[in-house]
Design a protein around this ligand. Sequence first.
Ligand SMILES: N[C@@H](CCC(=O)N[C@@H](CSC=O)C(=O)NCC(=O)O)C(=O)O
Length: 276
Amino acid sequence: METVSTNLSFGGTQGVYTHQSTSTGTQMTFAVFVPPQAATDKCPVVWYLSGLTCSHANVMDKGEYRRKAAELGLIIVCPDTSPRGDDLPNDESWQMGQGAGFYVDATQSPWSKNFQMYSYVTQELPTLIAENFPADMTRQGITGHSMGGHGALTIALKNSDTFKSCSAFAPITNPSTAEWSKGALMAYLGADDAKWAEYDAVRLIENGARFPALFVDQGAADNFFEGCNPHALQNVCARTDIALTLRFQEGYDHSYFFISTFMDDHLTWHAERLSL
Ligand SMILES: N[C@@H](CCC(=O)N[C@@H](CSC=O)C(=O)NCC(=O)O)C(=O)O
């Protein structure tokens, strides 16, 4: 692992790091905020998964998480959204390819060689974090935005032993049915609908996956509201014992102005469940 940059912020350290990933076969960049409490104690970790077109940097620059994370003593890890490189496959659409890994392990050519973002985020990067940062990996939460909200929900539902808390900002709840995500699932996973269900929060819940409590904020003026489909998550959770807190935020869109407004609420939600 190599350090790209570190900056002192709210008494903690905002760092950017790179490493050679065995999952993706590429150099991967990620951001980690370490709060001041880590000088004396290992701290819980909250993963933030970003949305389409993002790198590690969007939330680092515009998410405004550091003041609250420093107050609560949370390490914040922000991975990239896909492998990158001139020699890697890409697509003209911003909804597929580089910047749009959808947190799946692709099985289809030409994507399968490098687009292994599920393994990267759930296995390889956590190991690297545990080895290199003062992280208490027994206390992990996960959140994300849009495509990253889909990542957070599906990863929490599939790994409920690992994650103690899960929230999302305008997540794509049912990517098998949404126009802006179906193309990527088809490209990465092929035509077998059963494979799509493994990476679809609504369908995972329909098929028996559970998480004790989920917290979702959705902008009511989001131009991607239909693609996020919060009511599908609301309907499926209502048929289970999953306690969903779903807030519709009047006037808010899909941007980081929305995310940063409610970031404190999400970090507080995680901190409460990570037993600080
Ligand atoms: N380029 C697109 C808009 C792309 C976009 O809005 N991306 C969102 C995530 S959408 C779901 O995953 C985002 O977070 N963008 C980065 C940012 O800094 O705002 C278009 O032309 O509509």
